[in-house]
Write a protein that binds this ligand. Structure first.
Ligand code: G3P
Ligand code: CA
Length: 242
């Protein structure tokens, strides 16, 4: 079966990452899935945003968690030139995204952007995917296995993927025993041995982030579950006849 073409932060190779435009353009470019990052605002809203601070993506400063949703959205995102002609972007909420995605044949990979316990974020994400009846269309990923264990309780029909910066056999074993569905591996760590081992444990592999045509071609031949790329258009071209 062909690997899912998963757009990293939307079509972020061309459009501003984690914006509604980047998600819509990824879908138009033929992506099967969207990867996005979520954080919690001061007033408990789930927003789609990668960094802990707003400094890189807006002209404001400070932590996402120190702002209410209204305050955050008063800081427009610094948009890339191609996108500027389309519309000014503001930080989207997860609900806004789910409302758009719910009727599309898309898998959504929601990465919980938390490096410590954040029960409230987990709870809010579970509520949102249940409200929009999207539980079966999402993969929740995190570097924290405890977070995924809780997500399996809160949203049992959602798939789970453990993010790994480094691969080791005991972690794969643990991911299997905890009932996770996928391991998300950095592309540089992929070897045939690792792929065989994960598959032998019944775990699918999603790899990130592959952008060059020659690397996408190689990855496409490996039988992975998903390939996360900033350029879903490139992977679509490679997979055109698959
Ligand atoms: O999900 C894989 C990848 O998105 C993790 O890295 O920094 O792009 O969120 P980052
Ligand atoms: Ca991510």
């Amino acid at each position: 079966m062909r690997s899912l073409n998963i757009a990293h932060r939307g079509f972020s190779g061309q459009y501003t990452e984690n914006t509604m435009t980047a998600f819509e353009k990824a879908y138009e470019a033929g992506a099967d899935g969207i990867e996005l990052d979520v954080r919690l605002t001061k007033d408990g809203e789930v927003v789609i945003f990668h960094d802990a601070k707003i400094d890189r993506m807006t002209e404001g400063k400070g932590a996402v968690s120190e702002y209410t949703l209204e305050e955050l959205q008063s800081h427009p995102i610094i948009t890339r030139p191609l996108q500027k002609a389309i519309k000014q972007a503001v930080i989207p909420t997860l609900s806004e995204y789910l409302e758009c995605a719910k009727d599309k044949p898309l898998v959504t990979n929601i990465e919980l952007k938390s490096i410590k316990k954040n029960y409230r974020l987990e709870l809010r994400v579970a509520e949102a995917i249940q409200i929009y009846k999207m539980e079966e269309q999402v993969i929740i990923s995190s570097f924290l296995e405890n977070s995924l264990i809780r997500m399996k309780i809160l949203a049992p029909r959602a798939k789970t993927g453990l993010l790994l910066s480094k691969y080791d056999e005991s972690t794969i074993q643990m991911a299997k025993e905890l009932g996770f569905n996928y391991v998300h591996l950095k592309a540089v760590n992929l070897t045939e041995e690792i792929i065989e081992s994960a598959h032998a444990h019944g775990l699918g592999i999603n790899t990130w982030t592959i952008n060059e045509m020659k690397d996408l071609e190689k990855a496409n031949a490996l039988g992975l579950y998903g390939i996360i790329t900033d350029y879903p258009d490139r992977l679509r071209t490679i997979q055109y006849n698959d």
